[in-house]
Design a protein around this ligand. Structure first.
Ligand SMILES: NC(=O)c1ccc[n+]([C@@H]2O[C@H](COP(=O)([O-])OP(=O)(O)OC[C@H]3O[C@@H](n4cnc5c(N)ncnc54)[C@H](O)[C@@H]3O)[C@@H](O)[C@H]2O)c1
Length: 457
């Protein structure tokens, strides 16, 4: 079974009335893929509606055309979001095409809700509520054989990225590698442990893991810990035996809303952070928010800065939500952007909102400044430069980032060295308005410097 939709069509299946045609186009927009309805392909080929095909040619002929259209659509090279009709899974040929080319998500709904949506719609198989229910019961096992199931848009995006909310105890892996502190706190029976936090992200640790592994190419490595552990283990999985599967179980808020999603993995060098790495999408990311119960406040605040960042990018006050809802919305947001731009060639850059300033301050502090405080200050500068005073006040009240005491010239030099400074221009992520990020290279250097200086005590 497919684990995610990274290199596959995303097929939506489910009973009539589940909301596939409403959700499908929204999903396609989120993932930057074309939306294709198999029913519409049948209709445009026939020049008549599905109901007309049923009436004039009978259900068997409709199923034959549906099967042919599904096979053609799923053979397309450009990956899409493909909506299949409620009965399409009855065809063995369609099921085989889905297994070969798609990650299939069952959009779940209750019989009552589905009937409410379709009653009186004139659909050929929705004319009598008893028969409708009987048909749903008959088809249920087929829907349940999908790769995943979900109930809403964020749910489908998360499944498409291989992100699941479940207990960390459900992790299935050939070898489990855990942050030593997290393993102790949560009684995790790890095959190997790695040092706490950033100290794990070294080539020496990677080598220790490579040399200790005895698994074959069919193995899956499990990583339990914060972003440092998942970055390291993902890197080891990407390189061991030229690449094996891995599952991330993030134990920090940063990990759950950011680091364990999207497949960027790697280690640090003495010359700088994240200098060696690759893209290696985890086959699963298991999010268990109960792991956060032991997270120290300072670590939680690092994650909260990313939550506020996502809220600004989405234009929604995510900071007002409870932890579970925050994590789910942020994880789904990051999953959607990374599925759109898995190799960081374009839109993924928006995730750097506030980070250009943040990185500069971290570098100027000799990496003694916490990442959360650096990002919080960076968000403040990005809001101010975007002319969004209300949002700047939100950042101040939610994250309360105190100005930092670093050398101004050193911070300015670091900002200009940041990877977003291309060809002498400083590329910043700003907001046209909340929910509408834009990449800007026109901001005058003097204004950027002024915004940076305002963050320094
Ligand atoms: N790959 C990506 O896309 C991506 C994105 C963001 C950050 N990162 C990386 O993530 C790293 C930072 O990760 P992080 O902030 O998740 O923290 P971390 O992994 O560095 O851990 C920070 C501290 O929290 C402790 N800890 C972890 N989980 C805990 C728990 N449940 N209870 C108590 N203590 C716990 C750790 O032992 C450690 O002391 C950086 O190296 C950064 O570069 C990667």
């Amino acid at each position: 079974m497919a684990a995610h939709a990274l290199e596959k069509h995303l097929a939506l299946v489910g009973f009539m009335g589940a909301g596939k045609s409403t959700l499908g186009p929204l999903l396609a927009e989120r993932l930057g893929r074309p939306f294709v309805s198999v029913d519409e392909v049948v209709e445009s080929r026939a020049g008549e509606s599905v109901a007309e095909v049923f009436e004039r040619h009978g259900e068997a002929e409709f199923r034959r055309r549906e099967e042919e259209a599904a096979a053609d659509v799923l053979a397309r090279r450009r990956l899409g979001v493909v909506e299949l009709g409620g009965g399409a899974l009855g065809s063995g040929r369609t099921r085989a095409a889905l297994a070969a080319h798609a990650f299939t998500v069952h959009l779940e709904t209750s019989p009552e809700e589905a009937w409410e949506r379709v009653a009186g719609s004139g659909r050929p198989l929705a004319r009598d509520s008893e028969a409708f229910r009987a048909l749903l019961d008959e088809r249920r096992p087929l829907y349940e054989s999908a790769d995943a199931s979900a109930m809403d848009l964020d749910g489908v995006v998360l499944e498409a990225a291989g992100v699941h909310f479940a207990s960390h105890r459900e992790l299935q892996a050939s070898a489990v590698i855990a942050d030593t502190h997290v393993a102790k706190l949560h009684g995790i029976d790890a095959t190997r442990t790695v040092p706490r936090g950033e100290a794990a992200k070294t080539l020496a640790e990677a080598e220790r893991l490579w040399r200790g592994l005895t698994v074959d190419r069919t193995a899956t490595l499990g990583a339990i810990g914060g972003g440092s552990t998942t970055d390291l283990v993902g890197f080891v999985a990407a390189t061991y035996l030229r690449g094996i599967a891995w599952t991330a179980v993030p134990s920090t808020l940063v990990g759950q809303v950011d680091a364990a999603i999207g497949g960027k993995v790697g280690v640090d060098l003495p010359e700088g952070k994240n200098l060696v790495g690759v893209f290696h999408w985890p086959s699963r990311t298991v999010i268990d928010t109960t792991l956060l119960e032991t997270l120290p406040e300072a670590e939680r605040r690092n994650g909260l800065a990313e939550v506020v960042k996502t809220g600004l990018l989405l234009g929604e006050p995510l900071w007002e939500l409870g932890t579970d809802a925050q994590v789910r919305t942020c994880a789904a947001y990051k999953a959607g952007i990374c599925l759109r731009d898995p190799f960081d060639r374009g839109e993924r850059a928006q995730l750097n909102l506030g980070h250009t300033f943040g990185h500069a301050l971290e570098a100027a502090s000799g990496y003694t400044l916490s990442h959360g405080r650096a990002v919080a200050l960076g968000l403040l500068a990005a809001c101010r430069l975007s002319g969004l005073d209300d949002e700047a006040r939100v950042v101040e009240s939610v994250l309360a980032p105190a100005p930092v005491s670093v050398d101004r010239d050193a911070a300015w030099a670091a900002l200009q060295r940041d990877k977003k400074a291309v060809g002498g221009e400083i590329h910043l992520v700003l907001l046209e308005r909340p929910g509408r990020p834009r990449l800007s290279s026109e901001t005058e250097p003097a204004r950027v410097r002024e915004a940076l200086d305002a963050l320094i005590a």
